[in-house]
Write a protein that binds this ligand. Structure first.
Ligand SMILES: [Zn+2]
Length: 491
């Protein structure tokens, strides 16, 4: 049996002006052939799972091309067509194939293709023909369209947020594709798109209502004849028609059963719609809490959620903490210019400069600081444990640690990297457990790493392109009605 694996994995925040262009992909990660094996085989990612199961089952898995960037705005037409063109050409030139394992996120948007994942899947389907099973594991934040499902044979999704089951789901997906190729199963998929958005602060699958909904999906999947059932949270910062929650069921040979299972789960999700909304704590209240509690208190900076497409350079919390005169705060800040100035000054040098918030979609203002450069690093670190998404190798680019006179520590980086691993700080000699406040840029992605060290975690309702209050954004292309913006009649 001979399979191809390939993909373009991107989560697009359509409110970010920063486009995923060819340059960004080249710097973020386009891997080809054996480079894919080297980068991902030992990781807990989707590709790690595909590689594992194919090796175990004796399937010859041919890695073609895999493109990834940290979430930003839509993919440019040029980058999308170049990468998808390469994918399709790779399929043509190296085929025929018995099966395909696709590496896509599910919330990609291209400038000219609002349903970018649907487009990728459709063109892959076209390239391999109707009879070849094609499987994909989607991120739980996928905004799933019917076009996407129609092009795929089996579609699974992470059922954890933070996402720690990517590899496990990829193994399951590869098994289903192998079974479909062998004729042991005949997958029938059903998708129900809900007129519903879940707030980013209610997406943790370790607590209700999401924990209950994931349990319900699992119970439905355990019924005889069912192959898989998933609840998808969707990604609210994409102004596209397919944005929102969805339920996805796969049965063995029975389309009616698949449809019934997806509907049953969707009805349960809908019943919990009010619980799926949230309000956060203001910056002032969060700093009050942090001042009262024993540290470290982890403040989750929702508006500057790097995993959701924010720049990672918001100074909203830092600014407020400095204004209060509070000490002992640590955080990362994407600021290539400040990094260069600190590197020029050298380790041990005193510097005065403005940090953060230097981009059109930054939240807050640049903050003037004076401090001492403690460390200069190449910004590479490795996370051996599965944290959000399962990635292993990280690269912040040139990075410096700056201890400010006001008692704060800033880890200034050249690239914005998710705060999903403690190694990000530990690798540059910063121990977050020794600080009163740790600012983590994200909502769910930092939890797997930071919950074990946090005395308390506070979701802070900050400004930015990933703010939790969706009324801050102007949507033009989303479906209507969509709860909580509107309440649909008759549901
Ligand atoms: Zn996600």
């Amino acid at each position: 049996m001979r399979f191809a694996t390939l993909g373009l994995f991107h989560e697009a925040n359509t409110f970010s002006p920063l486009k995923a262009d060819q340059q960004l992909f080249a710097g973020g990660g386009v891997f080809r052939g054996d480079e894919i094996v080297a980068e991902y085989a030992s990781s807990s990612t989707i590709l790690g799972g595909y590689l594992e199961e194919c090796r175990r089952s004796g399937v010859d898995l041919v890695p073609l091309v895999s493109a990834f960037v940290t979430p930003v705005g839509p993919v440019t037409e040029e980058a999308f067509e170049a990468l998808l063109g390469e994918m399709v050409e790779g399929l043509w030139e190296n085929g025929p194939w018995d099966g395909v394992l696709l590496h896509i996120h599910g919330a990609a948007v291209a400038e000219h293709r609002p349903d970018a994942d649907g487009e990728i899947a459709a063109r892959v389907r076209q390239a391999v023909g109707p009879g070849v099973p094609v499987g994909a594991v989607l991120d739980m934040h996928a905004n799933v369209s019917q076009q996407l499902i129609d092009a795929l044979t089996v579609t699974l999704a992470y059922q954890t947020n933070p996402h720690i089951d990517a590899r496990e789901k990829a193994v399951a997906c590869a098994k289903l594709v192998i079974d479909a190729v062998d004729g042991r199963i005949r997958p029938e998929q059903a998708l129900v798109q809900l007129p519903l958005v879940v707030n980013i602060a209610r997406q943790d699958t370790n607590e209700p209502p999401m924990s209950d909904l994931v349990d319900r999906a699992r119970a439905l999947a355990d019924r005889p004849g069912m192959l898989s059932v998933s609840v998808l949270e969707g990604f609210p910062y994409a102004d596209v028609p397919q944005m929102g929650m969805s339920c996805l069921a796969i049965s063995d040979g029975d389309a009616v059963q698949a449809e019934a299972a997806a509907r049953e789960l969707a009805d349960e999700v809908w019943r919990r719609r009010v619980e799926l909304q949230a309000q956060g704590t203001t910056v002032d209240d969060a700093l009050d809490i942090a001042a009262r509690e024993q540290g470290p208190v982890v403040l989750l900076d929702v508006g500057d959620n790097i995993g959701g497409g924010a720049p990672g350079d918001s100074t909203v919390i830092l600014q407020a903490a400095v204004a209060r005169g509070g000490r002992s705060l640590v955080q990362t800040l994407w600021d290539p210019e400040a990094v260069r100035r600190c590197i020029d000054a050298g380790v041990g040098a005193r510097v005065s400069l403005e940090v953060g918030a230097k981009n059109p979609h930054s939240a807050g203002k640049p903050v003037p600081v004076t401090g001492v450069v403690r460390t200069i690093s190449d910004g590479r670190f490795e996370e051996p444990k599965p944290t959000h998404g399962g990635y292993r190798f990280f690269d912040m680019g040139p990075t410096v640690v700056l201890d400010t006179d006001s008692g704060h520590t800033l880890v200034l980086s050249t690239k914005a990297i998710l705060n999903s691993s403690l190694q990000q700080l530990l690798s540059v000699g910063v121990d977050p457990t020794t600080y009163q406040i740790v600012v983590a840029k994200g909502v769910n992605s930092p939890r797997a790493a930071y919950a074990p060290i946090a005395k308390r975690m506070v979701v802070v309702d900050t400004d930015g392109v990933t703010a939790m209050g969706l009324e801050r954004f102007t949507y033009e292309h989303r479906r209507k009605p969509l709860f909580p913006f509107e309440t649909p009649e008759g549901r």
